[in-house]
Design a binder for this molecule. Structure first.
Ligand code: SF4
Length: 245
């Protein structure tokens, strides 16, 4: 499934000039999860990622290509123990999904499940002392980090492991790359624009997979379908398959 590939290919060019720190996934190094929403009061807060109007971008792309070949966490810029005040922030996820069925044909079902999981995971990771606030436009993700968590050694590696362990509960997910960015010279405006495009593709795909008419002339998703290669083919291919039974 290559719908998101043009977006994935742009990621590397937007992460700033610093060399990333890389961590292989280790399920034993997940940060403690509190299992539900938590409230960190201002007086308990060390700082906010995306606070004071700074950028705070989040998006996740699914692919069957080789853009994520292993489970890993990359950190561009300062880690959680090095930040002193409000900082610019982005969290980008690339998820590799196996979409071939037993006969070696592409099957959109695992892809659809992985896409549903993106939102499920986004709202079901609750690292202790790391209060995530996502806005309704769904591509801004602001995080309040507690003084206590910083004292106890919270890091992007540990939070990243928590995210990856959630994604890997889906057996079709073969690899997950989680990228955290706090570098000052990263292109947050570019990431925000791609976050919006990613969301538009995901919404369109969800609607197509739920089943809808294939009349492009009267369809309000036409703009994104004209722009993103593969969406129309997917919709018409799906209808043909269903028609044949
Ligand atoms: S392929 Fe046509 S009908 Fe289907 S979602 Fe895109 S614009 Fe709409």
């Amino acid at each position: 499934m290559e719908l998101y590939n043009s977006i994935i290919e742009k990621i590397d060019g937007m992460l700033g000039s610093t060399q990333p720190k890389r961590y292989d996934y280790d399920p034993n190094k997940c940060w403690e999860d509190v299992g539900g929403n938590q409230l960190i009061m201002m007086k308990e807060s060390a700082y906010e990622l995306g606070g004071d109007g700074k950028p705070a971008v989040n998006y996740a792309c699914v692919t069957s290509g080789d853009y994520a070949d292993k489970d890993e966490i990359l950190v561009y810029g300062k880690d959680l123990d090095q930040i002193n005040g409000s900082a610019s922030f982005a969290r980008i996820v690339v998820i590799k999904v196996d979409i071939l069925n037993g006969e070696g044909e592409e099957d959109t079902e695992p892809l659809f499940r992985a896409i549903q999981d993106i939102d499920f995971v986004k709202y079901h990771v609750y690292p202790k002392g790391y209060m995530i606030r996502s806005s309704s436009d769904s591509y801004r993700e602001q995080v309040r980090v507690s003084k206590d968590a910083v004292r106890k050694g919270i890091s992007f590696e540990k939070v990243g492991n928590s995210y990856i362990s959630q994604y890997k509960k889906n057996p079709s997910v073969k690899a997950v790359k989680v990228i955290f960015v706090t570098a000052d010279d990263a292109d947050y405006a570019g990431m925000r624009s791609d976050a919006k495009k990613t969301r538009d593709i995901t919404l369109t795909l969800s609607k197509i997979l739920e089943g809808m008419s294939t009349d492009c002339h009267s369809c309000n998703l036409r703009e994104i379908c004209d722009e993103v290669e593969g969406l129309k083919e997917l919709h018409f291919g799906k209808e043909k398959k269903e028609f044949k039974g």
